[in-house]
Write a new protein. Sequence first.
Length: 241
Amino acid sequence: MMDVDLGMITPDQHTGKFTIFYPDPLEASCLHPIVAWGNGTGVMDATTYAFFNSNAASWGMVVAAAQEDNAGSGNFHKTGLDWLLKQNDDASSKFYKKLSTRAGVAGHSQGGFGATIASSHANVEALVSVAGGGLPKQGVATMCLTGTKDQVEAQCTQEYMSASGPAFLADWMDGDHFITETLAGYIQRDPGSLQMQRLLAAWFRCWLADDAQACALFKGAPNNCGICMDPGWAKHESRNM
């Protein structure tokens, strides 16, 4: 992990700081997909969602996670991606020629909504909203993770239904907005938190790294996908896959 300050991004921001999660060592022969993360409202740290982003890094992604608590505009996601793309072309950077130009965006709550807006970035091919809700860019592979006790469960379903590209919806039984989908649930070893952590990384492995084993977790829902027999899910659905 490393912290960077990318300065002024929006006039009303609280911080321009990002935490970069990355594999070590970086592979030169197998370029790492890039991902930008946005926090939920009121979260100004990289710790609350580190379990998502450190796990994604362990599976080969390089993640730029904004510490801003007002990431609904999508501008923080786009700035994070642009910074990583510049690092890939900077001979003085540890990321020089180590990064793929295939990008994903993700986030929780407001940050998930911002991720759908940021899916308009030219390099974005995949999106994960954790209890988000928005309109993804045409053709972007879209997954929404939510729970039956999440107050924005319906918004997650709407996002899934609005996706024109490959889409997956996963709804955890009794999953809620503030425990299951944050560090609190992960610390408690909540099975829903662990499953969401798993699926976020797998979605990006599937659509940004062409990982057939990761794709098999999702294809064939609701009856024949890789996670379809896992206990705890209220429902999972797929479209255009």
